[in-house]
Design a protein around this ligand. Sequence first.
Ligand SMILES: [Zn+2]
Length: 388
Amino acid sequence: MDNNKSKIVTIFYIVLMLIFIVMLNSGGDHSEKQHGEAVDHGTSASTDHDNDPTAYKEAVEPDAKAEKLASLNQVLETIAATDNRPVTESGEDDGENPLAAKISPDVAIGKLIQGNIRFAKGEPTHPNLDAERRLLAATESQADHAFATVLACSDSRVPVEAIFDAGVMDIFTVRVAGNVCDVDERGSIEYGLAHVHTPVLVVMGHTQCGAVTAVTQAVQGHGHALERNIPDLVANIEPAVKNAMELNPDLKGDDIIPIAIEENVWSAIEELFMQSPVTREYVSNGYVKVVGAIYDIGTGNVDWLSEDKTLDILAKVEASEEKAVMEVGAVKDSHEEDAVEEESPQATEDGDKKATSEVEEDGDKKAAPEAEEDSNKEEAPPADADKA
Ligand SMILES: [Zn+2]
């Protein structure tokens, strides 16, 4: 592509995206602004809409919504027809983008927005659920079709494919209570981005999240005994709750929960950037966009959080000393793992992990399977060591 032509394509693309953004902002995203204000200014923001199932319906009249959807469809079709790949900063494909054959991150986000509007409006089209699609799934690579990776809560009220009116081979889904981003979730996300080649990752919390509510109440001193494996899970949510309380010292009791739910999304994104070099690389190069979102279980509406904030978090992580220390630690760990494998070729990664978690649990060493438990303990990556 010559330089002038690529500049024209870039400008055309930017103009279309501006129209798209204006349409989104004029569509009555009242609730999204509330979320933004709650965090950006540390006010005692009202988040009544989180518990009011009629809020979104009132904000967007059915006719206006249909009109908005039609306009969105038109803009997205135009973008999809003219732009099949991410535009790099120079406006040219550098030939190294592994996702070059996929739709761009913005088109992928647009498809999610469209699907969610159909779902919330009660007019889903249930795409890609027929026998033809199943045959395609059995014969082709999902990497050629799936367009989004979504990290969401296990909550039965948050069915990801339904929320985005998507079907088979559309979304690479990672679900875990409290949509936390610990090592298995980060591994799944890396698979979704680097192997399934989805151009967007959505980290999606939801209103009335039981996991965040339980942790908030525990931090406020209303906790109760937890089953054996739950403390490690909630340890991922605690920093977000404490951060929400610090940012909003005037909020008491359950009023902190909606803020903590959003902080928990940012915390998962930060944890991912901190520990996933490939995610940082893909986002920095514009191959992938990471977006935060809050799903409202009463209205069915997804509130999209600020994309700028994601980039701010990435910049903060890139500049942090903690990230540098982790990278050195990762190299050291992998060398130590090699050494252990030489000594004990049967020690699998899972075996090591199991021994580690058992050793770490308050002196509960009853089932440590190998004589290596001390060296296993030292093998624990920094993130797990934090939880002990
Ligand atoms: Zn939840």
